[in-house]
Design a binder for this molecule. Structure first.
Ligand code: F6P
Length: 319
């Protein structure tokens, strides 16, 4: 393999830039040419492709977002869109592609793989919902952003003796909510992986109040319900002064943490090695601090699982 491409797709995540840097530098280290595909799969279809040099990825290691831009691209779900993409890659002489993104991006990479084009998936999403890796690039940074927000909200919650409902992202996965709730000391955490009992939550809040608790923090994963709706119900049922904070897209930006940068470096570099070894159709991940790779088609058939022991622990610690 002499020429490879790299693109980022789907929602941006902090750490995509260090992952691009790793792909580019590792490829050049091994005497490959690297091409950046700008604007995700849309950019691929439209041939928005430029050669990247060592300097192209200078001064990005600490930046959030993605220097290659990203998009959600419905056209790439069709065979025509995928064929156009493959033609663009071939016309530039690009023989393999690294795709950095979440599950939608993996589906694109899977489709290319099924059509015989070598692709390697690198998990980049704040949702931490990709099977085959304990952590996705961006999760740790987003988690720290959420904790920072919870800590700040806690000050107001205490000062005003209020109940706060904090809605966090994560799509259909509860990882961000659970990890943030556990590390932010939330009284209650609602995650899509588990049903919740409204009566039990109200009871717990009232008991805490009777015991003299000054405030309560409830973290709601967006995949469960709207924080605003939930807050309204809670206020009605308890009569406690309740406020809602929907953290939204601040969770997606910001300088990547050291953890995310190291993960990005390791996963990006391994993706390039796989292409050099002629192993397309793979996805990389980290399991027990080891970098692993697995079949991308099989990976998408698997389900991401949340460690429910953490949910039990969070419950025990929030009595
Ligand atoms: O997948 C990342 C994510 O931020 C999810 O947590 C969220 O549900 C979604 O993207 C929001 O997407 P958009 O930025 O397109 O509104």
């Amino acid at each position: 393999m002499k020429k490879i491409g790299v693109l980022t797709s789907g929602g941006d995540s902090p750490g995509m830039n260090p992952a691009i840097r790793a792909v580019v530098r590792k490829a050049i280290y091994h005497n490959l040419e690297v091409y950046g595909i700008y604007g995700g799969y849309s950019g691929l279809i439209n041939g928005n492709i430029k050669k990247l040099e060592l300097g192209s990825v200078g001064d990005i290691i600490h930046r959030g977002g993605t220097m290659l831009y990203t998009a959600r691209c419905p056209e790439f779900k069709s065979k025509e869109g995928q064929q156009q993409g493959i033609e663009q890659l071939k016309s530039h002489g690009i023989e393999g592609l690294v795709v950095i993104g979440g599950d939608g991006s993996y589906r694109g990479a899977k489709a290319l793989t099924e059509q015989g084009y070598p692709c390697v998936g690198v998990p980049g999403t704040i949702d931490n919902d990709i099977p085959g890796t304990e952590f996705t690039i961006g999760f740790d940074t987003a988690l720290n952003t959420v904790i920072d927000a919870i800590d700040k909200i806690r000050d107001t919650a205490t000062s005003h003796e209020r109940t706060f409902v904090i809605e966090v992202m994560g799509r259909d996965a509860g990882d961000l909510a659970l990890w943030a709730g556990l590390s932010g000391g939330a009284e209650t955490i609602l995650i899509p992986e588990e049903n919740y009992d409204m009566d039990e939550i109200i009871e717990r809040l009232k008991k805490g109040h009777e015991r003299g608790k000054k405030h309560s923090i409830i973290v709601v994963a967006e995949g469960v319900t709207s924080g605003t709706e939930f807050g309204k119900k809670l206020q009605e049922a308890t009569n406690f002064d309740t406020r809602v904070s929907v953290l939204g897209h601040i969770q997606r930006g910001g300088s990547p943490t050291a953890f995310d940068r190291v993960l990005a470096a390791r996963l990006g570099a391994r993706a390039v090695e796989l292409l050099i070894e002629g192993k397309g159709g793979r996805a990389v991940g980290m399991e027990q601090n080891k970098i692993v790779d697995y079949d991308i088609i099989e990976a998408l058939g698997r389900k991401h699982t949340l460690d429910m022991n953490l949910a039990r622990l969070a419950q025990e610690l929030s009595i």
